[in-house]
Design a protein around this ligand. Structure first.
Ligand SMILES: C[S@@+](CC[C@H](N)C(=O)[O-])C[C@H]1O[C@@H](n2cnc3c(N)ncnc32)[C@H](O)[C@@H]1O
Length: 268
């Protein structure tokens, strides 16, 4: 049984997903294993030939910032997070403690600004998106990636839907997350005047022993004590869900991983 200390505060840093949680680094590694190859594909299709400064906002455990520093050897990669404990020992990156909701950067500081699995969790997401676009130099790119849980909320399986609804309620109530916001990403970039906007949406499933399945299981396990404490689920529900996921006949869409990118226009 976990001994997570619950506070009355809401927000990512006081939640069951915060970095001080014992399982957080292992959970972030499951996220990186599932999504790094997908993020790399997005960057590889952008023309970033003359890139000298890249920002990875809310960089977490830093594997993607590390990849950026090796992929773009002439660029300075700045990795920020509100809690930088997992970024300390990564070579080749500049690490900055930075709260995306309240701290800024001078206008046009970066050729590329990237944020993954961050803005869906921050209630100030719309304002941060607007501000992040100003940190990109004209001609540079804003690349935002997030997870939508819409598929698990639409499942016909009653137990899986109950667990999904409880998980989304927990995220909304204790963090302020919006787990459908990813579906609006491309429209959000267009609304901010970006050009060349593109979007890619990929499905992640559970019950199939995939990398997305491992990420879903690690996140659900970490949420367990909070789900029980808030009476959103019972231990019987969690046990039944574990049995369902292990059932060879069960394999369902759980999430989509949405990537959207857009270019800050050059002056006329
Ligand atoms: C789900 S993790 C994603 C990490 C990383 N972007 C990735 O995809 O591997 C979210 C990260 O955002 C950080 N975070 C939460 N609130 C933040 C804030 N207000 N400003 C900056 N980072 C924040 C957390 O500490 C955590 O490392």
């Amino acid at each position: 049984m976990s001994t997570t200390d619950f506070t009355e505060d809401t927000g990512y840093t006081s939640s069951y997903l915060a970095d001080q949680h014992a399982g957080q680094l292992a959970r972030l590694r499951t996220l990186e294993r599932a999504f790094d190859p997908l993020s790399q594909e997005v960057f590889n299709q952008l023309d970033l030939t003359h890139t000298s400064a890249i920002l990875d906002l809310g960089a977490g455990a830093g594997s993607f910032a590390r990849w950026l520093s090796k992929r773009y050897l002439d660029a300075t990669v700045t990795a920020t997070d509100i809690d930088t404990r997992f970024l300390a020992d990564i070579p080749g990156i500049r690490v900055l403690t930075h709260n995306a909701a309240t701290d800024g950067f001078p206008a046009a500081s970066f050729d590329v600004v990237h944020a993954r699995a961050l803005l869906c969790h921050l209630s100030e997401r719309e304002e941060i998106l607007t501000r992040a676009a100003t940190w990109v130099r004209p001609g540079g790119w804003l690349v935002i990636e997030d997870v939508s849980l819409q598929p698990s909320l639409s499942t016909a399986n009653p137990l899986f839907r109950k667990v999904a609804e409880a998980g989304v309620t927990l995220l909304e109530q204790t963090i302020g997350s919006n787990m459908r916001w990813a579906d609006t990403l491309a429209a959000g970039l267009r609304a901010r005047g970006l050009s060349g906007v593109g979007q890619r949406t990929l499905e992640g499933r559970i019950g199939d022993n995939s990398l997305a399945d491992a990420f879903w299981a690690a996140t659900t396990a970490q949420a367990g004590p909070a789900l029980l404490k808030l009476a959103l689920l019972t231990q019987d529900d969690l046990d039944a869900m574990a049995r369902l996921r292990a059932d060879p006949g069960f394999d369902e869409a759980a999430l989509t991983f949405v990537s959207a990118w857009g270019q800050v226009p050059l002056p006329e």
